[in-house]
Design a protein around this ligand. Structure first.
Ligand code: IFM
Length: 763
């Protein structure tokens, strides 16, 4: 099957249109209004949740069991003896014509079988907390059909369900109230019972029947593919007071040839029965669907208009204008919580991950960025270190491991908020410390620096602690002595930010400069290996990432971050990045280390990895880390190489190179990693959607390739683009004004803040 047949991008609609339901893996979209969320595949599979997938998950979704990508949000159409679904799945009888399209916050399906055409639009709007499934039906001939909208409910706490469902499921109830099905999750010891909503299911047309008991609806030894009641043509009217719940409706419809008929189904949440009834009344209003969808469209049009570009490379243009900022926004919202790969059971808000996601929200909305960063600062202790994850929605205790990098990411995010806003007021925001007391953001930031200063190792580099950015390095420091050269470079990146902020505040910034210089001396002298920078030092003093080592001789991050931090000499930086190109680059991106390690390196007892070669953290193309190589090459002004690194990882390009059935993941969003050449699955993309790649690739593309960066008194234009790509035009909203910048050459320039609402510049 050719690429063209499988999917098409439609940039005018900001959509990807998918022409076959059986993609190699489920290709997901996220529908959300910030409170009610649905992850939905091209085949109608997925999971909905209210605020948290850990404690308020609505339906079952099987992440790795077969059949894949089930259950989901299905409407069965019983047309004579045939039963099919506009989502294509899960029935054996498939539509004769079919297409799905993922757009900004919505997914739609167009299907036709036996003269019956159905357009189904799924989205979550601002007006109510519900998934809206709007169906338009049109038949070539007169027809009497029955629709059976269906959702397999689960216990709201997925982990409790795995462990305790044999008891707790008999504490659930699901029933019909005034033509609305209601699910009540109230089990012993559940967290936040008072904040737990009821779930509802209702339609705009009257139902002739319903089921709330899954076993009654589906029947024994059957599945979503062939529910018994659909086959029989009628629901059983079951309610459920203990057992396995579901929502199913039976909606008979008479269609006249050529006439369109509409029905909308709502799966939503509200706190009380009365609130449910009001919400459904609202949903059933004549223009509710239209108003909701228009609002959603408007929201994304406005959001994405804040930064866009026009360039000859349409694949890159599409990523920069549409899919990359969309993915970054979803990461900002969901951190690494729930995706087709992450089960949404334990990862709340990761401080490290979210602080990086904030960087890509800043150009769009500093208010949202501030709020999220405030939350992260509440995870900081008086001594300056931070919790690793927190669970603000679930109210669970945080994961308290101390890593060497978490608190430093906060400094970086706060600096960039100030820079975007062009003033320092954010620094005066008061935020609680996790252990006791409160302080301004600026005080928090100073404590971040103080923590690293007081946690340097024997050689003077920051202690690794429970790992730096690279989780795998937790074994380097089990005795508390290992040191991170990369954290030194991360420290070296934020110290000049502190210096600049201190000076703008009228304080003495020299201390930060002095610390920077001391760290820089270490990096230049001790970390340099001859052709690249070493990565870290183990408890026993072994230098990891050295030519002298038998494995994992070179690591990507200390090369790219030497440039980002400005540490090491210019010659070292350039040599290091040349080594990256020579030893780590592949046509599918840059490997994180080379060569991949065996599971007994450096010793069997203290092995650095359990990963097979070429997988995950062990020699895969780690896309997140690739973004920093793009930035580094752009900073070195190597336009062709920077662009090569950027474009080879654009998902549609990588997928094309690897082949669709090797790459497997979505061609419109970044994956966390791609299996590397030391694996026989080289080219397989893994953990798509929720990855730091989204935020950083966006920063790399917009701030370093296009080179549009905020400065205190205007915009810096510092492009680094291949000559063949020029001219490029950028539209950037900045401090309430719109800038239209046409770049004809790679020349650094400064655009002073405009007094007018719009400003046109040629570089
Ligand atoms: O930095 C981490 C991140 O927190 C989780 N995914 C892997 C990254 C690299 O180890």
């Amino acid at each position: 099957m050719s690429q063209k047949e499988q999917y098409t991008f439609c940039d005018a609609e900001k959509e990807i249109q998918i022409n076959k339901y059986d993609t190699p893996t489920p290709w997901m979209n996220y529908l959300s209004n910030g409170t009610f969320h649905t992850m939905l595949s091209q085949a109608g599979g997925g999971v909905a949740f209210y605020k948290s997938p850990q404690i308020w998950r609505i339906n079952h979704y099987r992440f790795f069991h077969l059949p894949t990508d089930r259950s989901g949000f299905y409407t069965y159409i019983r047309d004579g003896e045939t039963v099919w679904c506009p989502t294509s799945e899960p029935c054996a009888a498939k539509p004769e014509q079919w297409q799905a399209a993922h757009g900004m916050g919505y997914t739609r399906y167009e299907a036709k079988r036996e003269g019956l055409a159905v357009n189904a639009l799924y989205f979550v709007g601002e007006l109510e907390n519900c998934l809206i499934m709007h169906l338009q039906l049109k038949s070539d001939t007169d027809k009497k059909i029955t629709l059976f909208p269906y959702v397999e409910l689960g216990m709201m706490e997925f982990m409790r369900e795995l462990q305790w469902q044999c008891y707790n499921k008999h504490q659930l109830s699901c029933y019909n109230r005034e033509d609305i099905l209601i699910y009540h999750y109230a089990v012993e010891n559940q967290p936040k019972p008072d904040e737990t909503p009821l779930v509802y299911f209702a339609a705009t047309l009257p139902a002739a029947g319903f089921d709330c008991d899954r076993d009654e609806f589906v029947g024994s030894y059957r599945s979503e593919e062939n529910p018994k009641r659909v086959e029989e043509g009628h629901c059983s009217g079951s309610t459920l007071y203990g057992g396995d719940p579901c929502f199913a409706l039976e909606i008979p419809i008479e269609l006249k040839a050529g006439q369109e008929q509409e029905v909308t189904i709502f799966l939503g949440t509200a706190m009380t029965e009365q609130a449910v009834i009001s919400a459904v009344q609202h949903c059933r209003e004549q223009d509710f669907v239209k108003r909701s969808f228009d609002g959603l469209k408007q929201h994304w049009d406005t959001y994405l208009s804040r930064f866009s570009c026009e360039m000859k490379d349409k694949t890159a243009e599409r990523m920069i204008n549409i899919w990359n900022p969309y993915q970054a926004e979803r990461n900002f919202q969901f951190s690494r919580n729930i995706s087709y790969y992450a089960t949404g059971t334990f990862r709340g808000v990761g401080v490290r991950d979210t602080a990086q996601d904030i960087l890509a929200m800043i150009p769009f909305d500093t208010k949202r960025a501030r709020e999220k960063l405030n939350l992260l600062f509440t995870q900081q202790y008086q001594d300056g270190h931070c919790n690793h994850y927190c669970f603000p929605t679930e109210g669970w205790d945080p994961v308290t491991r101390t890593h060497s990098d978490n608190h430093l990411w906060l400094v970086m995010a706060a600096y960039h908020i100030c820079l975007e806003e062009g003033e320092l007021s954010y620094l005066d925001t008061q935020v609680e410390f996790y252990d006791s007391g409160r302080g301004t953001v600026w005080e928090h930031m100073k404590k971040s620096i103080a923590f690293t200063v007081s946690h340097l190792g024997e050689r003077g580099f920051p202690l690794m602690l429970a790992s730096d950015w690279n989780d795998m390095l937790y074994r380097v420091c089990t005795k508390g002595k290992g040191e991170s050269i990369w954290t030194s470079m991360q420290f070296g990146t934020v110290l000049p930010m502190m210096e600049a902020l201190a000076e703008r505040r009228g304080e003495d910034g020299r201390l930060y400069r002095e610390i920077y210089e001391a760290q820089n001396r270490l990096v230049t002298e001790t970390a340099w290996d001859g052709a690249w920078f070493r990565r870290c030092i183990t408890d026993t003093g072994r230098m990891i990432g050295s030519e002298k080592e038998p494995q994992a001789k070179i690591w990507l991050n200390t090369q790219s971050w030497s440039v980002i931090s400005g540490m090491g000499t210019p010659n070292q930086q350039k040599t290091a990045m040349d080594s990256v190109y020579r030893l780590l680059n592949t046509p599918l991106g840059i490997k994180k280390i080379h060569p991949a390690m065996t599971t007994d390196y450096p010793s069997k007892e203290e092995a650095l990895t359990c990963y097979n070669k070429g997988c995950g953290e062990n020699g895969s193309v780690f896309c997140h880390a690739n973004t920093w190589a793009v930035i580094a090459e752009a900073k070195l002004k190597h336009a062709d190489r920077a662009w090569e690194y950027y474009t080879q990882l654009i998902p549609a390009n990588a997928q094309k190179y690897a082949g669709q059935w090797r790459y497997k993941a979505e061609p419109y969003v970044y994956a966390s990693n791609i299996f590397g050449p030391e694996s026989d699955k080289f080219g397989l993309a893994n953990v798509s959607w929720l990855t730091g790649t989204a935020a950083w690739m966006y920063i790399a593309a917009t701030q370093y390739l296009l080179g549009i960066r905020p400065d205190w008194d205007g915009l810096i234009v510092d492009p680094c683009l291949p000559a063949a790509l020029l001219p490029v035009t950028v539209h950037r909203r900045f401090r309430g004004k719109m800038y239209h910048i046409t770049i004809h050459q790679n020349r650094k320039a400064k655009i002073p803040e405009s007094a007018l609402p719009e400003c046109w510049v040629e570089i």
